[in-house]
Design a protein. Structure first.
Length: 446
């Protein structure tokens, strides 16, 4: 405890780190306040049916990603998910379209152009999603709740919600540039954390009710939640070291022979990005259906609106596995690694330098990514099993799934950045037993 207090004092002593943390907290406060500002023309006292609709199921997940703004009919109701959907499209185009491939190779200027295209595509998605949200809003709350009606309300609300999401994007970029951690990831995380206390209290109350299982059942749930939490940390941090025997290691003008080195290849090199992007795609059918009540949906839309359904979880798991391989390929380039080793006179025992080394590294990554991606998919669909076991939908969402993995990954990344500032100024890190391993250097940035 004394060491923890001393670490907090050291963090406060570093002026740059202190300013970054306070700036980040200030931006997050602005975001949380905005999620409670209702759209102009809507009576906030008549949103009970909308809150009931988003209490569980896929809409509950969407409301969690928006930090409760969806159920509040807020100016931030559409949250950051349209931007993530646009990012998916642009990054996939970077594989298939030569123009985007050239932009990826142009360095900083190409990155700026791709970011600009992503923003334009985000606006396009918002213009399509906002009317769907408004249609659901009209279906869920009484007509008397609308102070402003007709096309005036529709047009103004579409503009406001579009501007709201773009403002959230800007807040995330400010955090990334001047704060601590990845801004977009922190904004998603803060919305998830905001739901945790209410979900825990609601589950505790439900267990104390008659035939609810009592305090023992609630404690068992907490123990299982802790176990899943620890497995999630291992999944985010897990690495496998591949030994590389260097014939010569040149440092300055001196040569050292027989120095054993390791290539750190992570079992889950993509972090939580696959699960975020897969979840964004799972929201698309519901968006097309106009955020309608799942009980009125049929066929394809109904299958993908059923959070505990077989087809929803199967497709969700397959998308996570596919995106894990995709982001691993983007993050780790075996060809570049093989060229760097050859350039520095290094080799893998029993493997020829050059193409053979590239093929060896690629095969190793494929083998260790498969179990990592399957385990990531399993953790992602655990909330469905938890809900089927009788746990309330809000509390069940923290048994793995998108919420817990994002929470673990973003917290580790942020703590790693704080620790870097401490170590750079010769202070002790946050942990005595070793460095914190986050997802930095992987696909943590959006």
């Amino acid at each position: 405890m004394r060491a923890f207090i001393e670490t907090l004092k050291n963090i406060w002593k570093i002026e740059d780190l202190r300013k970054r943390i306070l700036y980040t907290l200030g931006i997050l406060l602005v975001y949380r306040l905005g999620s409670f500002i209702t759209l102009p023309g809507v009576d906030p006292g008549q949103l009970a049916s909308l809150k009931a609709q988003t209490a569980e199921g896929v809409l509950g997940l969407l409301d969690m990603f928006s930090g409760g703004a969806f159920s509040n009919a807020s100016i931030f109701a559409l949250g950051i998910m349209p931007y993530i959907s646009a990012s998916i499209v642009v990054q996939l185009l970077g594989i298939a379209v030569p123009y985007f491939q050239r932009l990826q190779k142009e360095g900083e200027s190409g990155r700026r152009k791709m970011n600009q295209i992503t923003r334009y595509l985000t606006v396009f998605i918002l213009v399509l999603q906002a009317p769907s949200y408004l249609a659901n809003l009209h279906a869920q709350i009484p007509e008397s709740a609308f102070i402003i009606k007709g096309s005036t309300f529709t047009i103004s609300s579409v503009v406001i919600m579009t501007a709201g999401t773009m403002f959230i994007m800007w807040l995330g970029e400010r955090i990334t540039d001047r704060g601590i951690g990845n801004g977009i990831s922190l904004i998603i995380m803060i919305g998830i954390i905001a739901r945790l206390p209410f979900a825990t209290v609601a589950e505790f109350g439900a267990r104390l009710e008659q035939q609810g299982g009592g305090l023992v059942a609630f404690l068992v749930e907490l123990v299982v939640l802790f176990i899943v939490f620890m497995f999630s940390i291992l999944l985010v941090q897990g690495t496998r070291r591949i030994p590389v025997q260097y014939a010569k290691r040149i440092i300055g003008n001196k040569q050292y022979g027989g120095v054993r080195q390791y290539i750190p290849l992570k079992v889950n090199a993509a972090g939580v990005m696959p699960i975020i992007f897969a979840q964004a795609l799972m929201f698309i059918p519901l968006t097309i259906a106009g955020f309608a009540n799942s009980e009125k949906l049929t066929g394809f839309a109904a299958a993908f609106a059923n959070f505990t359904g077989f087809w929803y979880n199967l497709v969700f798991a397959i998308l996570i596995i596919a995106f894990t391989y995709f982001y691993t390929a983007v993050t780790i380039n075996p060809q570049q690694m093989a060229e760097d080793m050859k350039r520095n006179g290094g080799f893998i025992p029993g493997v020829k330098p050059g193409r053979k080394t590239m093929e060896f590294l690629d095969s190793i990554m494929s083998r260790i990514t498969l179990p990592g991606s399957i385990f990531l998919a399993f953790i992602a669909i655990l909330p469905a099993f938890a809900q089927l076991a009788g746990i309330s939908s809000q509390f069940a969402s923290f048994y793995g799934g998108t919420s817990l993995l994002i929470l673990v990954g973003v917290v580790l990344d942020t703590l790693q950045q704080i620790e870097s500032h401490l170590l750079m100024r010769h202070y002790d890190g946050l942990m005595k037993s070793g460095r914190i391993k986050g997802r930095m250097g992987s696909a943590s940035a959006m």
